[in-house]
Design a binder for this molecule. Structure first.
Ligand code: GTP
Length: 357
């Protein structure tokens, strides 16, 4: 158990790829399978035995302390450190240095859903006497990520940010163990990217940087498609979490929600508090935020329906993000990556978007 390791979670990003959802809530606070996304990560950190967590916040900083307070409800001691100006990933880690006391520190990107054994990552770090250890996962298509080759002894050889011709399928999973003295060596008071500056700098200086590779469940929740998919994986139990507020299954229906007889709700859909789903509706693999309404016969697939938003009778919404309180009029059709901004009202039959038409 990791009683002698503190954790830092970086949650200061603006989450631009998830707009408009992140206009009103930071990415780690988006409701995901019934709780803020960060609650899933914090529950994993707690289950590994870590007791104290420092959150590096910036964008909409107060929403974190309002939700998690001192952390006691999660069995944690949580401290919040706010960046007035976003300092990037490395700058964010440096900014919390004086709030840390353990020799080794676990550091997390606050938007990664992962099932890795954190104790095993720390074991690799200690066994290899590393300055920094990175959790690396193997993915089918590494091109969109930071690619990290290692040698036969697990030593990191280089960092290749988003390359077209990756030499390995191992990517940076956004979870690290740092020796605290390394955190203190990051330049202070200016933006620093840990991926582009700190890690390459450590390698150039001959520091020991280890990779801990595994095949654990892993998903970066940075885009709408990944958020929706990851949420469904949590609901169905494909992605492990102790914070799920109900049994795993085809759907997670929260209190006060009404699902009419004959409506089909499946594929890991979350039905938020006070949501109403009409008869004959079909909702697959989607996130319905609190107070959303899906009308009779409407179809919602792999989409997010924002808080208080409406998808009216017979409308069809597929791979789409509908902002809070927006209205999708009867028989509108929205497909393939559309985003509707909060409070927008689409009149009945008003929009029909489909590459087939
Ligand atoms: P995009 O704008 O969509 O790229 O999202 P993002 O702003 O969250 O950036 P990214 O996904 O690259 O960030 C990875 C993690 O680092 C997330 O958990 C962010 O919250 C966090 N992060 C990014 N920038 C900062 C920062 O300046 N300060 C702090 N404290 N955290 C940050």
């Amino acid at each position: 158990m990791l009683h002698d390791v503190e954790a830092v979670v970086l949650v200061g990003g603006k989450g631009t790829r998830l707009r408009p959802l992140t206009l009103s809530a930071p990415k780690p606070m988006l409701p995901t399978a019934g709780v803020p996304f960060l609650a899933h990560l914090l529950s994993r950190i707690r289950a590994a035995g870590v007791r104290r967590v420092v959150l590096g916040t910036s964008y909409l900083a107060e929403t974190f302390s309002e939700a998690f307070g001192d952390g006691a409800a999660l069995g944690l001691e949580i401290e919040y450190v706010v960046e007035d100006q976003p300092l990037g990933t490395g700058g964010g880690i440096r900014n919390v240095a004086k709030h840390l006391s353990t020799e080794h520190v676990l550091v997390f990107n606050g938007d990664v859903l992962c099932g890795t054994d954190l104790g095993a990552v720390v074991d690799t770090h200690r066994r290899t006497e590393a300055d920094v250890t990175l959790h690396l996962v193997r993915v089918q298509d590494p091109r969109a990520y930071g690619c990290v080759p290692t040698d036969d002894h697990g030593r990191v050889l280089e960092f290749l940010e988003k390359t077209e011709d990756p030499p390995t399928d191992q990517i940076n999973a956004g979870c690290y163990v740092f020796r605290r003295s390394v955190i203190e060596s990051i330049p202070e008071g200016r933006p620093v990217s840990v991926e582009r500056e700190t890690f390459p700098g450590l390698l150039a200086a001959g520091s020991r940087v280890s990779g801990h590779v595994d095949n654990a469940y892993w998903r970066d929740m940075g885009t709408p498609a990944d958020l929706i998919h990851g949420s469904a994986d949590l609901v169905r139990g494909v992605a492990p979490s102790a914070a799920l507020p109900g049994p795993t299954g085809e759907s997670l229906v929260l209190e006060g929600a009404q699902v009419a007889a004959g409506a089909l709700v499946f594929g890991g859909t979350t039905v938020g508090r006070g949501v109403r789903i009409g008869a004959g509706a079909r909702v697959e693999g989607s996130m319905l935020f609190d107070g959303a309404v899906v009308g009779e016969g409407a179809v919602v697939e792999h989409s997010v329906i924002g808080a208080g938003a409406r998808v009216d009778h017979g409308a069809r919404v597929d791979e789409t993000v509908v902002g809070d309180r927006a209205v999708i009029g009867e028989h509108c059709e929205l497909r393939h990556g559309m985003r509707i901004w909060p409070d927008v009202v689409l009149p009945p039959h008003g929009v029909r978007f489909s590459p087939d038409v």
